[in-house]
Design a binder for this molecule. Structure first.
Ligand SMILES: *Cc1c(COP(=O)(O)O)cnc(C)c1O
Length: 307
């Protein structure tokens, strides 16, 4: 059994002088507190998929991730707790021979079978498992009958799960912008779809070179999950800090300062990037005075456990 999540997650005001100067308010939607084992947006996105899997009598999940993938860890833990088998296809054949890092160790400890793929093969399998029937059939043949979750877990059910974040914000109107980091776009797709008329969603891409591609992904998820498109969202591509997983010194400094001022520990790859982007955009006059930003804290900092 997977312990239930603590919902709705807390919504806290986060007054800050730097934002007040430009007439902008900030609140934090503490989704990082949703669940002790499957935090934040991973709980929102995974649980609808796991429930559907259990209903359909599936016994085995297969998904994809990199060496430190939170999605792999979360899938391993949630699947294990529900009595489902799980297989994780990991990017990078060389990792098979290296000592397991803390993240892969945690996935294995939760019962996930790890299979390490050369990068080209990984790209092919992860990129086309949802669209190419030959690739999908190949996975079923090689790994046995299983429910395949895409990389990052973003599919129609995941987007609908993430829409609950917006639904829990019951006071939104014209001055509100609900903000989240964007990895694969499932969380942003859900939030945008769940907003009331007038409110808008802003995603901050944490990876480099995603312009166009990520917008297409969000639109595809909207069509799949809701059968329509939405016009209440956009993605900022100018605050990725050099690329996925990069934490430049200025970002680290921002994160440490924010933690000191507000007493909230920040996950660096997504959450700190989001907040740093919001402060940068606000300082540059991107938000009219009176704007209220609600930043979704989508996850927890990594444990400090060495390599
Ligand atoms: C996985 C993850 C994301 C990315 O969410 P997408 O739905 O893939 O865009 C954002 N924040 C945190 C903390 C994550 O772990």
């Amino acid at each position: 059994m997977l312990a239930p999540a603590q919902l709705p997650t807390p919504l806290v005001n986060c007054p800050d002088e730097a934002l007040a100067r430009v007439g902008v308010e900030l609140r934090l939607k503490r989704d990082d507190l949703a669940h002790p084992l499957v935090p934040g947006n991973k709980w929102r996105k995974l649980t609808p998929n796991l429930e559907a899997a259990a209903e359909r009598g599936e016994t085995r999940l297969l998904t994809f991730g990199g060496a430190y993938s939170t999605h792999l860890r979360a899938t391993a833990v949630a699947a294990g707790a529900l009595g489902l088998e799980s297989v994780g296809l990991v990017r990078g054949e060389e990792l098979a021979r290296a000592p397991r890092n803390w993240s892969l160790r945690a996935a294995e400890a939760a019962g996930m079978e790890l299979v390490f793929l050369p990068r080209a093969e990984y790209r092919e399998a992860a990129g086309r498992c949802g669209t190419d029937p030959v690739v999908a059939a190949g996975l079923q043949r090689r790994f046995g009958p299983c429910l395949v979750l895409p990389e990052g877990g973003s599919n129609a059910l995941a987007a609908r799960g993430a829409a609950a974040v917006a639904a829990e914000l019951t006071d939104l109107g014209e001055r509100d912008v609900v903000c989240c980091p964007v990895g694969t776009g499932g969380t942003l797709a859900g939030i945008a779809a769940g907003l009331p008329p007038g409110a808008r969603a802003l995603g901050v891409a944490v990876l480099r070179g995603g312009a166009g591609y990520l917008e297409d992904e969000v639109t595809r998820l909207h069509r799949e999950a809701y059968g329509r498109e939405f016009a209440d969202w956009r993605i900022d591509h100018d605050h990725h800090g050099g690329g996925y997983g990069r934490v430049p010194a200025a970002l680290e400094e921002f994160a440490a300062g924010f933690e000191r001022r507000h007493g909230v520990a920040l996950e660096r790859r997504y959450v700190a990037k989001l907040l740093s982007a919001l402060y940068g955009l606000a300082a540059a006059g991107a938000f009219p005075p009176g704007t209220r930003l609600t930043a979704v804290v989508t996850g927890l900092p990594d444990p400090v456990e060495g390599p």
